[in-house]
Every structure is written in structure tokens, then in C-alpha cells.
Design a protein around this ligand. Structure first.
Ligand code: UDP
Length: 239
């Protein structure tokens, strides 16, 4: 690996879908393994990595509420889904030799550490990958907002959003072949045009803390390291 990282410490946001592979539910071990190898490479070029995982591959609060569950209860169930993903990712990371800790915003002492900011920072300084589980710990939020919050708390240099496509487009690149990818956007562009990058509270929080959001494809091999070195295909949302 030639050049050093552009970002020294990053928060990687992985949606539940990113662990789902080609299936329509749950966790695909092969995909979890591939994502883990990407994270391992990121560690090896010297970037400190923390991860927020979503839960949409297992359970979403809004869907549960639409089906008749009380919204708060449904959201707590969604947060528990993120804990399952966090444990699966931890398992996959440790299998490829990456020392990892899961810190949960909902205390769950048998399977994870409680989220304590200073402890999380210490883990990062020791070279461990830290996975933040259970979102913010509060209903009515999303793991996108949790990602922006933890990125600010950890003093991250960037929030990396690994998605199914290689950036933010002016229309859906899967259905429109002439869709144009933005190389950069301002936070306000994203908010005004309601572009589907992350939810509005995550964008606002990142804007207030001046943390760039880098949207890239988690499915393109070696892309995470490329992005960290400033060479990848991505969209950067900033001032
Ligand atoms: N959730 C929540 N508070 C949080 C984070 C998540 O209530 O701080 C719940 C919410 O119900 C959400 C679910 O957990 O639908 C899974 O998270 P999310 O939808 O953000 O996952 P992703 O889309 O990234 O897979």
C-alpha cells in the first residue's frame, strides 16, 4: 500500500442491507466476511475505524409500527436487530484477525460492553475496531443519526457511508442509465433537494460538526481503502 490515509479516524456506517448479500433478509456470512476484509485493509493503512451498523435487514421500527406495534416498542426491536448485526460483524472481523469490541447503547452486559465514550476512544487508540450497536439507544431515531452522533463524539475526520452504489446521483442509476453522479455536494444541497444520502438529522448534525460525509460503494472491492487514500469513486458531502 503506497500512500498513507487521507483520514486518520473514520466512522463507517453500514446499513443492515450491506450485510444481507443477494438475499432479502438477514446476514450473509460471505458478505460479512468480505466487508470485514475491507475493514481489515483500512486498519492496515493506519486508519482508526469505528462502525455503526443498521438493522433494516432484520427489523425496522416504522414497518413494525405500520403493522400495529407501538412505535417505541417497534423501534426498540429495531435497535435489538442492530445488536445481532453487530455481533455477526464482530465475529466476521475476529475471524480475519481484527481485534473488535461491540459497544451497545442499550446495556447488554452478556454480549457487549456498554457505550462509554472515553472507553470507545481508548479502544480506537489501541487499534481495535469499535462497533456501535443499538443506534442512539432511543426510539424515533435512525442508525444514520447514530452514525453522525458517534462520528462527532469520536472526533472522526469523516463519516463514510457504504451503500449499494458508488455515490449520490441526480436520479436512480439502477433505472436511469444516464444518471449523473455528484463528486461533491454541500450539506445544504442535500437538505434542500432532499437527496437520499442520510436522513436530515444526520446531515444537520454532520454539518454542525463539520464532518464530511463520504458516500461510496461497499460492494466494490478495495474501495474503502481507495476512499481513505483519497482516490476512490465517491460523493463527498461537505461545506
Ligand atoms: N432505531 C431506533 N433508534 C436509533 C437507531 C435505530 O429506534 O437510534 C431503530 C429504528 O426502528 C430503525 C431500526 O432501529 O428502523 C433499524 O435501524 P435503521 O433503519 O437505521 O437501519 P438501516 O436502514 O441502516 O439498516
Amino acid at each position: 500500500m503506497s500512500s498513507g490515509p487521507k483520514y486518520k479516524r473514520v466512522l463507517l456506517k453500514l446499513s443492515g442491507e450491506a450485510l444481507m448479500g443477494s438475499g432479502s433478509y438477514g446476514i450473509d456470512p460471505e458478505t460479512a466476511n468480505r466487508v470485514s476484509l475491507e475493514i481489515k485493509d483500512a486498519r492496515e493503512i493506519g486508519t482508526e475505524v469505528c462502525v455503526v451498523v443498521g438493522g433494516g435487514n432484520i427489523f425496522r421500527g416504522l414497518k413494525g409500527a405500520a403493522e400495529g406495534l407501538d412505535r417505541s416498542t417497534a423501534d426498540y426491536m429495531g435497535m435489538l436487530a442492530t445488536v445481532m448485526n453487530a455481533l455477526a460483524l464482530q465475529n466476521a472481523l475476529e475471524k480475519v484477525g481484527v481485534d473488535t469490541r461491540v459497544l451497545s447503547a442499550i446495556p447488554m452486559a452478556s454480549v457487549s460492553e456498554p457505550y462509554i465514550r472515553r472507553r470507545a476512544i481508548r479502544h480506537l487508540e489501541k487499534g481495535r475496531v469499535v462497533i456501535f450497536a443499538a443506534g442512539t439507544g432511543n426510539p424515533f431515531f435512525t442508525t444514520d443519526t447514530a452514525a453522525a452522533l458517534r462520528a462527532a463524539e469520536m472526533n472522526c475526520d469523516a463519516l463514510l457511508k457504504g451503500t449499494q452504489v458508488d455515490g449520490v446521483y441526480d436520479s436512480d442509476p439502477k433505472t436511469n442509465l444516464s444518471a449523473k453522479r455528484y463528486t461533491s455536494l454541500s450539506y445544504m444541497d442535500v437538505l434542500r433537494q432532499d437527496l437520499k444520502v442520510m436522513d436530515a438529522s444526520a446531515i444537520s448534525l454532520s454539518r454542525e460538526n463539520n464532518i464530511p460525509i463520504v458516500v461510496f460503494s461497499i460492494h466494490t472491492q478495495n474501495e474503502l481503502v481507495q476512499v481513505l487514500q483519497g482516490n476512490g469513486t465517491c460523493t463527498v458531502v461537505g461545506e
